[in-house]
Design a protein around this ligand. Structure first.
Ligand SMILES: Cc1cc2nc3c(=O)[nH]c(=O)nc-3n(C[C@H](O)[C@H](O)[C@H](O)COP(=O)(O)OP(=O)(O)OC[C@H]3O[C@@H](n4cnc5c(N)ncnc54)[C@H](O)[C@@H]3O)c2cc1C
Length: 327
């Protein structure tokens, strides 16, 4: 009998991570990469970078990236500005994915298992949207006097801004919410440092969303097809990688003969628990953002999320392998 084949549909970090881990385990994988816009700039925390280097066996990943050393935040209205030490690496999604594109034989056999890491999901599976906010990015030239290597976050009456330098005098400006139309409108922290802005990018959805079903017989959803994160959490890349690690482990356990229904239930429970933690974190940010109708609406959309009854976790992940937990 020929070895079972897995098809991964997606072109993001989650799809690449699943493909890499399954091929490393000797499982033939076909990676199908639909085209989509790339997020122009992302900040990878030190912990996330260690995870990426470890999982992808790539010890020098992003070694030459611009290093952020400080985070400056003006969040709740009237609460002043806080400055914190921070270590993070600036890259673009394009650059990150180009360094991590899995190599290995692609196979043409009919797949036995499908991983959906991009839409569309299987018929009848939808996504629950917690809000509707979008983000727009601009390339920014910075004025002299801008604090060096500092990223800045600022809440506004109807949205928020994130300034991410990638050089001494250049940065990406991200605006989420109604801030997108007139990005620097009421900004007091970030606007004084901006010399010029380029043309705006097309909008990226930036509210949390989760699929109504995360796994079924012969398939599972992973990455942003399973759940997407609000960029306010600052850790979406690492969260996508962690879901992909679990997805690859579930498939390996399935092929090793573990009960498929128990594995699907475990996967659903784990992914939903991770999403619940993300929603809880977002609630804290949006509750204390600025106040006013825009923030109240976004908070109400987060509050509308009902996680469902938590199921017990049936497996534990050890060294990228699932082990059954005895009752
Ligand atoms: C504006 C923005 C800024 C972000 N900043 C950071 C950051 O600083 N640090 C960090 O760790 N993570 C950040 N993220 C999150 C990170 O990009 C995603 O969590 C990660 O790329 C998900 O990978 P994936 O393989 O699951 O998703 P994929 O399905 O490959 O999607 C990757 C990203 O592209 C977006 N996307 C997918 N399809 C489309 C489409 N058709 N049109 C428009 N957008 C699409 C998704 O919403 C997702 O954010 C940001 C996301 C956005 C939208």
């Amino acid at each position: 009998m020929s070895a079972p084949v897995v098809e991964v549909r997606g072109d993001g970090i989650a799809a690449y991570c699943c493909t890499h881990l399954l091929r490393k385990a000797g499982i033939p994988v076909r990676l199908v990469r639909p085209e989509r816009p790339r997020v122009p700039a992302i900040l990878i925390s030190e912990a996330a970078l260690h995870l990426l280097r470890d999982i992808f066996d790539s010890p020098s990943l992003l070694a030459n990236s611009f290093l952020i050393r400080q985070r400056i935040v003006a969040w709740a209205a009237g609460q002043g500005v806080s400055r914190m030490d921070h270590r993070g690496y600036v890259t673009s999604e394009q650059e990150l994915l180009a360094s991590l594109l899995p190599d290995g034989e692609t196979c043409s056999a009919k797949p036995d298992f499908l991983i959906y890491s991009s839409n569309p999901l299987p018929a009848g599976v939808n996504q629950q949207h917690l809000g509707s906010r979008a983000a727009i990015a601009w390339r920014a030239a910075l004025r002299h006097g801008c604090p060096p290597a500092a990223c800045m976050t600022e809440s506004l009456p109807a949205g928020w801004l994130f300034l991410l330098p990638d050089g001494a005098h250049s940065a990406w400006l991200l605006a989420v919410g109604d801030a997108a139309g007139r990005p620097l409108g009421t900004s007091e922290l970030i606007a004084p440092y901006i010399e010029t802005l380029s043309e705006a990018s097309s909008p990226f959805p930036s509210h949390p969303r989760i699929a109504t079903q995360l796994a079924g017989p012969g398939w599972l959803a992973c990455g942003s097809a399973a759940m997407s994160f609000d960029p306010i959490c600052g850790d979406g890349t690492a969260l996508a990688v962690r879901t992909a690690i679990l997805a690859a482990a579930v498939i390996r356990a399935h092929l090793d003969g573990h009960d498929p229904a128990s594995l699907r239930q475990h996967y659903e429970s784990r992914v939903r628990a991770g999403f619940q933690r993300h929603v809880d974190l977002c609630r804290q940010f949006y509750r204390h953002g600025f106040g006013g109708p825009w923030w109240e609406d976004e908070l109400a959309a987060l509050d509308a999320f009902t996680p469902g009854t938590p199921e017990p976790f049936r497996y534990r992940l050890r060294d990228l392998t699932l082990e059954a937990v005895s009752d």
